[in-house]
Design a protein around this ligand. Structure first.
Ligand code: CA
Ligand code: CA
Length: 157
């Protein structure tokens, strides 16, 4: 990239940052919502899984529908030895859902769920079944022929 182009990109970045700063709310408010009192995962994530325009939350084997997050839906059976398949929060790690990532792996427009188990355990992809089937907890586990990511050269990562 030549210096003139680099300067133009930097100027655009600064202008965009300034515009965003002017539109940013002056006061950020937080609302604490407790999804569950059980320990299922070290990570959580958010996406509009049912495409109703409201952000939903995924945490371990479940997702909660926004905007009130009161309805819990199962993606997979939790495997912890604690109550309702949970893990002991004081001396266990979640072995089946350590990290949670969201990506549309099959390109159907619905966000899918990539969950990493505890280091050394399996990572799994759960495909979002779509608007009608998602409320029936019909997520499909897939580990076979999905091409996860390609680099700019077309190589699978
Ligand atoms: Ca939603
Ligand atoms: Ca998808």
């Amino acid at each position: 990239m030549n210096l003139r182009r680099l300067a133009a990109v930097a100027a655009l970045s600064l202008a965009a940052s300034a515009a965003l700063a002017e539109d940013a709310p002056k006061e950020i408010k937080w609302k604490k919502i407790i999804l569950t009192d059980k320990f299922y995962s070290e990570g959580a994530n958010a996406a509009d899984f049912d495409k109703d325009g409201n952000v939903d939350i995924v945490y371990g084997p479940y997702w909660w529908a926004g905007p009130d997050f009161k309805t819990r839906h199962e993606i997979f059976k939790p495997t912890g030895k604690g109550p309702e398949g949970s893990w002991k929060p004081d001396n266990e790690y979640s072995r089946d859902a350590f990290f949670a990532f969201i990506y549309d792996f099959n390109g159907d427009g619905y966000p899918d769920y990539l969950v990493y188990g505890f280091p050394g355990e399996a990572a799994r992809v759960y495909l979002n079944p779509g608007k009608d089937a998602i409320l029936k907890d019909m997520w499909q586990q897939r580990n076979d022929d999905l091409v996860f990511f390609k680099s700019a050269s077309g190589q699978c990562e």
